[in-house]
Design a protein around this ligand. Structure first.
Ligand SMILES: NC(=O)c1ccc[n+]([C@@H]2O[C@H](COP(=O)([O-])OP(=O)(O)OC[C@H]3O[C@@H](n4cnc5c(N)ncnc54)[C@H](OP(=O)(O)O)[C@@H]3O)[C@@H](O)[C@H]2O)c1
Length: 268
């Protein structure tokens, strides 16, 4: 299916690896000009080079001009980082918000500063980014905003209280805003990943294995035995869902939480 995205421009945050990178990759393969943002220059440059190569191959095959991949080495949770992106890229058609998730733990040990950091990263930064771009999208009559959140929005885990709280706040906010933007061609949806095979997931399981004194493979095996799909999600699967939501055919999908968890959540 042609998603009709050639010529569009996207900003994908948290995109040097993992789920953000997969979204950027899926968009590049639809002919989108992409800006990727992350904090660490080395991996960001490597990601940018990989995406450029894929975009050039795609353009050659499609017989069109490659529109480019740009990088922004910034912390998207800071006002300075977001201002830098906006200064270099004042207009985009697609915004994918994403940043690292907050740490797990016991809420009794969290101080106000921990809560503010989680809210900044997983609620207020996406809202500020949306604020930067949504009016310009509505003026143009087309826009797609996709927030990468978490399955914890539907199925909260007690140890992930910071994530549960911050992401629930973002979900509530965008549910209201999405109803104000759709008539102007701008949709806002959330992708809720379950367990996807990324560095973050691998480091979570390494930590669990250390705490429990078990081999890494055993912890993985245990987890998969309880999973209906008996496998983890591949980032490219989430990337493809993101590209679909961004496509021209998805203008009537709005204000939704799309759970990608292989059926782990016991609900429909
Ligand atoms: N993987 C899963 O199974 C899963 C499940 C549920 C929810 N999630 C959530 O989905 C999001 C992405 O997860 P992931 O697994 O793709 O993580 P990941 O593999 O650790 O990748 C995170 C990406 O975001 C960048 N990043 C992190 N903080 C940033 C910041 N403040 N500003 C700019 N870039 C930032 C990282 O680069 P730098 O560190 O260089 O900035 C990296 O490119 C996280 O919020 C995570 O909690 C993931």
């Amino acid at each position: 299916m042609d998603l009709g995205l050639y010529g569009k421009k996207a900003l994908v945050c948290g995109a040097s690896q993992g789920l953000g990178f997969a979204c950027a990759q899926a968009l590049v393969l639809e002919g989108v000009e992409v800006v990727i943002a992350a904090r660490t220059l080395g991996p960001l440059k490597a990601a940018c080079d990989a995406l450029r190569e894929q975009q050039n191959m795609w353009a050659q095959k499609s017989g069109v001009h490659a529109l480019g991949v740009h990088l922004e080495c910034v912390d998207v949770t800071t006002a300075e980082g977001r201002a830098q992106i906006k200064a270099h890229h004042p207009e985009v058609d697609i915004l994918v918000t994403n940043a690292g998730g907050p740490p797990s733990g016991d809420f009794r040990n969290w101080q106000r500063a921990d809560w503010l950091a989680a809210l900044d990263a997983n609620m207020l930064s996406p809202i500020e980014l949306i604020k930067s771009y949504v009016d310009q999208m509505m003026d143009k009559g087309f826009g797609r905003i996709v927030n990468i959140t978490s399955s914890a929005v539907k199925s909260p885990l007690d140890a992930l209280g910071l994530s549960n709280g911050a992401r629930a706040g973002l979900t509530g906010f965008v549910a209201g805003l999405a109803r104000q933007t759709v008539a102007k061609g701008v949709t806002i949806n959330n992708l809720l990943p379950g367990t996807f095979e990324t560095d973050r997931l691998r480091s979570n399981f390494t930590h669990q294995a250390q705490v429990r004194g078990l081999p890494y493979d055993q912890v993985i095996k245990e987890r998969l035995s309880k999973h209906p799909a008996q496998r983890f999600g591949q980032p490219s699967e989430l990337g493809a869902a993101c590209a679909f939501l961004c496509g021209v055919h998805s203008g009537y999908i709005n204000g939704q939480n799309l759970l990608l968890d292989g059926g782990s959540f016991l609900g429909s």
